[in-house]
Ligand binder design. Structure first.
Ligand code: TRP
Length: 465
């Protein structure tokens, strides 16, 4: 994400800076990709949608669809040298709407992403101030987390703090400092997760039952929702289908391999998600299997119990939540930066005013998301979604598949895959050219359409799993 400032200065064309060196691009893109999607969202989906079968479907989709869409987006960005709206406009005016749709997605994600960022902040602070055991203890039927989010004001307060920090960093353009810190923190996070996994595997009774649940595909648990959920997660986690990779591509030098970079981002992103799942899902089975289907609260319900049973858990838990907080912050900064530069370009506003507008809308939508778990928990959109879950559903299961579908159709029939292939071949032979062509032309459009229809029917309650 080392280009955030350049993005806002240059969005709309002109002289674009580029990433220095080979690793610059991958690090920047991976920095934006790795966040709460990997650590918070992936484990709860895996737990909810059948463990091993979800993992298998996710990995298969990631190396086929994920790869195809990622190289297509990066190539479009690099070819046009523009941010998404300008890129589609430059290639074909009629398809500008894909860029516009893509620009709306981060605006809808940012608020609820920051609500979860607020939860992480609360937990980091709670661990730091010695409340670990309290956070690890169930109160009657409910976990501490369940009680916590039913408060009206506290979650709003932590959300506002997280959102405010994000906004200040974007406003003053000091992302660079945060990135530097986070580059050191990322490896610490990975090492810490490996340590936690090993520790809990060695010391927790019954943990292997959960390991089997997480790793062994149980085909009887396969439903269309496994695919819908895995596909949505793929877009979310790799920051696809919202123009982000187009923007990154526009800063990429011509001699850097798009194909290799996409593989590296994919492996890194999926690896961290896998590890997070390994840390959370088996522990959940061991401590409290009834939590498996709980959804968004999973990580917060399970991890305090893991740390509470660990020697030095208060310290390790504190460091862990602080690292996650940083990973969340780099992603929220990147999300906000994207929205701010779109607003700035679109309405020709100053950076400060754009920041204020985006901040205002985010606070409004974020507060709604918080209230959806507390004062307004009787409001269920389509009879099933809490407000936060609804934003999550609309972006990941509806808007992103639509954008991905349109992108595939655009590349296949308007632009022609050969244009993307030529762009990718600039830095050497495109090894997976055959797979790319078949997926983008035939498999992806058909599957995306089917997934979209199922997701919508399921969402509005016409069909149920
Ligand atoms: N991929 C990020 C994560 O896993 C979330 C995200 C989605 C994001 N879209 C983004 C981050 C755009 C930065 C920019 O947490």
């Amino acid at each position: 994400m080392s280009t955030e400032k350049k993005i806002s200065v240059d969005a709309g064309g002109g002289n674009r800076g580029s990433f220095t060196g080979k690793i610059g691009f991958v690090l920047a893109a991976a920095g934006s990709a790795v966040g709460l999607g990997n650590i918070w969202r992936f484990p709860y989906l895996a737990a909810k949608y059948g463990g091993g079968i979800f993992l298998l479907v996710y990995i298969l989709l990631s190396v086929t669809f994920g790869f195809t869409l990622m190289v297509a987006e990066i190539a479009i960005g690099r070819k046009t040298g523009q941010s998404p709206i300008g890129a589609f406009r430059a290639l074909d005016k009629r398809f500008t709407f894909i860029g516009v749709l893509g620009a709306v997605v981060p605006m809808l994600i940012l608020p609820y992403y920051s609500v979860i960022g607020g939860w992480v902040t609360k937990y980091a602070f709670g661990f730091m101030t010695g409340h670990m055991t309290e956070m690890a203890t169930n109160i009657g039927e409910s976990t501490y987390f369940g009680m916590y989010i039913s408060n009206v004001w506290e979650p709003i307060g932590w959300f506002a703090l997280f959102m405010g920090a994000t906004a200040l960093i974007v406003l003053f353009g000091v992302q660079k400092g945060v990135e530097k810190v986070s580059k050191v923190m990322m490896p610490v996070l990975v090492v810490l997760m490996i340590f936690i996994v090993i520790y809990s595997f060695c010391t927790t009774d019954n943990v292997w039952e959960g390991v089997v649940y997480y790793l062994k595909p149980d085909f009887s648990k396969f439903t269309y929702m496994t695919v819908v959920a895995a596909m949505g997660q793929l877009f979310y986690s790799m920051s696809l289908a919202m123009g982000i990779m187009i923007t990154f591509g526009s800063y990429m030098k011509k001699d850097i391999s798009i194909e290799n970079s996409a593989h590296q981002i994919e492996i890194f992103d999926t690896g961290i998600a896998f590890l997070a799942g390994l840390m959370i899902v088996p522990a959940c089975v061991a401590y409290d299997p009834s939590q498996l289907t709980k959804g968004p609260g999973l990580m917060f319900g399970v991890l305090p119990k893991v740390f509470d049973n660990m020697f030095g858990g208060a310290f390790i838990g504190t460091v862990f939540f602080l690292m996650v907080l940083l990973a969340a912050l780099t992603s929220s900064i990147s999300l906000m930066e994207t929205v701010v530069s779109t607003v700035q370009d679109k309405w020709k506003l100053s950076r400060r005013v754009s920041c204020l507008i985006v901040f205002g809308i985010s606070i409004l939508l974020g507060v709604l998301s918080c209230l959806g778990y507390s004062a307004w928990d009787d409001i269920l959109v389509f009879g099933k979604f809490a407000i936060l879950d609804f934003f999550d559903f609309v972006t990941n299961s509806v808007m992103m598949p639509i954008i991905a579908l349109c992108t595939c159709i655009f590349v296949s029939f308007i632009l022609k895959p050969s244009v993307v292939i030529d762009e990718i071949s600039l830095s050497g032979r495109f090894r997976l050219k055959g797979m790319f062509s078949v997926i983008i032309r035939y498999i992806a459009p058909v599957c995306l359409l089917v997934i979209l229809v199922f997701a919508i029917l399921e969402g509005v309650g016409v069909i149920t799993v």
